[in-house]
Design a protein around this ligand. Structure first.
Ligand code: GAP
Length: 466
């Protein structure tokens, strides 16, 4: 396995707030329920954010399902039989260490307190740790309680009566939907091992200390793939997925210097994992998990088999063996990925003495692929051509028309939201039937016949996909 980065290259953007304010101002991400003062750890995606996130999900689906013959998709329910979460170990073990200030009753995750950041997983479970290290409330300096394990699952009730027998959970991971459907998918799609099930969907975690914008939310989406393999092949296949997943981020433009692998220490492993390696990104707030790759062994299928009484073994016709497959999981999320693409593509430049802000997003991820801009909005003939061209391009991809400022300002606005190409319809267009396409990154312009512009844009887009 290669570790692409061992030194710290620093973040692409020094201040997280630069991205948070651009996201709000330009309509990528807003705080949820803002007119009521907001709700902690939930964010809403605006007109540009929903396009970016959908493009991230499509790019992942293309790489993980469309381009592969051995992975199929699934969309399981968020609500599942409550026994699923008992069997999976989440009811018993899916928790974080919580400490509470005895004076102001604020609650903190032990590993995020000043002085608690580098504690081992064993230390985090030690009831005497707060006293031993003399940790205090970071807000008022008050004494802190001993850590207790706080379960992260949201609980609700199914049906009109709220009683414990009706309790169900909002799923904290999509993975379990793939495990309980293992037999359904394998038999209906007639897949042979190794094969995978991919899912994208909402998950919920009652995080103790959410934050850093959309990095850690209580409602978020995951993009997870469960790869079912022969037990004797799991270790090798696990290693094969590592570079594949890291390369997906660089293929869409993330600087490889800001990506690295980090292996989980034995006492840090999640309750289901035999081995886990994170793809980490250098966020403005440090190196943090972008995606996890896990060898889950036969933990999940064996337990579901034992608890449900259903036979979840696979029969290998080549060796005539029956066995419970091992699972290699790749677990990422579109929120954290879209956030990474936003941060990593952000740059400020000086052009002719003025600041230019550019989101150098891969064209495939950019919310709009093209902006069609009339040079003179008072000339109806020019405006009409521009609208017609936008409408034609919009049948195939996202295109926007804008005439609310002078052309220089319109270009800058598109640069700031990552639009890779702008088409300007000018007075000459009325004479020669041609228009200029301006490239976001090089700012060079080429003149093409208007009738060939849509094709040229679609060809550039297809090239950007690689
Ligand atoms: N099925 C394994 C699993 O859930 P995880 O590392 O806990 O593994 C996988 O989560 C991915 O889901 C993370 O790498 C991240 O991209 C996303 N994710 C997890 N918790 C999140 C949160 N609170 N907010 C945003 N994304 C989150």
């Amino acid at each position: 396995m290669t570790h692409p980065q061992t030194t710290d290259p620093g973040p692409a953007v020094a201040e997280l707030d630069t991205i948070v304010s651009l996201a709000k101002r330009r309509g990528f991400v807003y705080p949820s329920s803002e007119i009521y003062g907001g709700i902690n750890a939930v964010w809403d995606y605006g007109p540009l954010g929903v396009e970016l996130k959908n493009n991230v999900k499509r790019a992942w689906w293309r790489a993980m399902v469309q381009e592969r013959d051995d992975i199929v998709g699934l969309d399981a329910g968020i609500l599942m039989h409550p026994q699923v979460w008992v069997t999976s170990g989440h009811v018993g073990s899916f928790s974080d260490p919580l400490v509470e200030c005895q004076t102001d009753h604020r609650r903190f995750r032990l590993d995020e307190l000043p002085g608690g950041e580098n504690l081992s997983a064993t230390d985090l479970r030690d009831p005497g740790i707060v006293e031993r290290l003399g940790l205090k409330c970071p807000v008022d300096g008050g004494p802190l309680s001993a850590p207790r394990q706080f379960n992260l699952m949201f609980k609700t009730h199914m049906g009109p009566i709220e009683e414990d027998s009706n309790a169900v959970y909002l799923r904290p991971e999509t993975a379990q939907g793939s495990y309980v459907n293992f037999k359904n998918v394998q038999q209906s799609s007639r897949k042979k091992l190794p094969f995978g099930i991919a899912q994208i969907g909402k998950s919920f975690r009652n995080e103790i200390s959410p934050g850093n914008f959309v990095f850690r939310m209580r409602e978020f989406e995951q993009m997870e793939m469960q790869y079912f393999v022969r037990p004797d092949e799991a270790a090798r296949i696990f290693e094969e997925w590592l570079p594949r997943r890291l390369d997906w981020y660089t293929r869409y433009g993330v600087n490889p210097e800001r990506l690295r692998f980090r292996e989980h220490a034995p006492d840090e492993l999640a309750h289901y994992a035999k081995k886990a390696i994170d793809v980490e990104y250098r966020f403005p707030f440090g190196w943090k998990e972008l995606e996890g790759i896990h060898n889950r062994g036969d933990f999940d299928l064996s337990r579901h088999q034992a608890e449900s009484g259903e036979n979840l073994e696979y029969f290998d016709p080549a060796t005539e063996e029956h066995f419970v497959p091992f699972i290699v999981e790749t677990a990422g999320g579109p929120d954290r990925s879209a956030f990474t693409f936003l941060i990593d593509s952000y740059r400020e430049e000086e052009v002719r003495g003025e600041k230019r802000v550019v989101l150098g997003l891969n064209a495939d991820l950019a919310p709009y692929k093209v902006a069609v801009l009339p040079l003179l909005k008072k000339r109806p003939e020019i405006v009409e051509i521009a609208h017609r061209l936008r409408d034609d391009i919009a049948r195939d991809t996202m295109a926007v028309y804008d005439d609310t400022a002078a052309i220089g300002k319109l270009y800058r606005r598109q640069d700031e939201i990552g639009t890779p190409w702008c088409v300007c319809i000018d007075v000459e267009s009325l004479e020669d039937g041609a228009a200029t396409i301006r490239d976001r990154d090089s700012m060079t312009q080429e003149r093409l016949p208007i009738e060939g512009i849509k094709r040229a844009i679609l060809d550039k887009l297809s090239a950007a996909r690689g």
